[in-house]
Design a protein around this ligand. Sequence first.
Ligand SMILES: Cc1ncc(COP(=O)(O)O)c(C=O)c1O
Length: 390
Amino acid sequence: MNYNFDEIINRNGTDSVKWDAVESRWGRNDLIPMWVADMDFRTAPFVIEALKKRLEHEVLGYTFACKEWSESIVNWVKERHGWTIREEMLTFTPGIVRGLAFVIQCFTQKGDKVMVMPPVYHPFFLVTQKNEREVVYSPLVLKDGQYYIDFDRFRRDVQGCKLLILSNPHNPGGRVWTKEELSLIADICYESGTLVISDEIHADLTLPPYKHPTFALISEKARMNSLVFMSPSKAFNMPGLASSYAIIENDELRHRFQKYMEASEFSEGHLFAYLSVAAAYSHGTEWLDQVVSYIKGNVDFTETYLKEHIPAIKMIRPQASYLIFLDCRELGLNQKELNRLFVEDAHLALNDGTTFGKEGEGFMRLNIACPRAVLEQALKQLEQAVINLK
Ligand SMILES: Cc1ncc(COP(=O)(O)O)c(C=O)c1O
């Protein structure tokens, strides 16, 4: 079956953060929204079908996690990522950011140090700060158009840190970390007594020829010293259902986390969360392959368009997912002027690069998970705005 990702769906009026919060955030409603990380494609049809079918019953009582929830995760993780896990290794979390907050609360005390590698998905440091832990920033290095880890710096920075929050793959840089890089992270963190949280929410959207290495499979040190978070929410476009999970191999870490979660019933999911995960993972292979291929087409389209029409803006080519970090430094604008260019001249709503840390200065993050015609229109508007700069 061929799925249609070219269809333009009007999302206005659905209380969508990406679409309906544009006006309150930018004070205008004439911008193409290309910011919040969800897709403008229809949520995978088998997920919608499963929810509709359940709604037909018309009694929405208390519900436990269906057997298919854990079985489908075990099968998916095995088939897609080559990781053999047992059902008891799973803990439901109502979203990954909340999951990170729970880990911070469970495994650290106020004032403890938590490391992040900016530019990085901002809730990593915001949640840490709001929970009154100290954020240690160990910046990535941009070299030949890709982000890398400066391991000398990493080794120094991580000393004394209780946790490392790793975006694997990376947002906003789109890097798929290599096994060698992950193995070094695992070794260093094991020695420094730093627990690794590997946030793998974008893993299923890894773009060929890249392959996602799951952190826990990297080495024995990685397996024993990590919590891995996964979710079908990005890949199948269902983040509004807040259904994710942690996989913890280490018995001691798992028991501690589960005890913490159960004490406040944080690990109790809801009816639609369980059903949707099971539906996505039980029927998702073909749809996912097609959406990944469409996204890759959009990445190629953006790369070619920028090279041919807006050469002063360089893209960090994502190896996974649909977020593109645009390097706009050659335009010679300060951050305020850059935002002005995108909003007032190009009529586009992107994430300001500095949202992800001061290292994002001169950058903007573009979400290309939209029909190609919309992407083309957006790039045309950007091209015109850049021409008008001169
Ligand atoms: C790296 C990363 N982690 C977590 C999230 C959000 O996860 P959730 O909606 O499950 O809290 C995002 C969303 O963009 C993300 O990019």
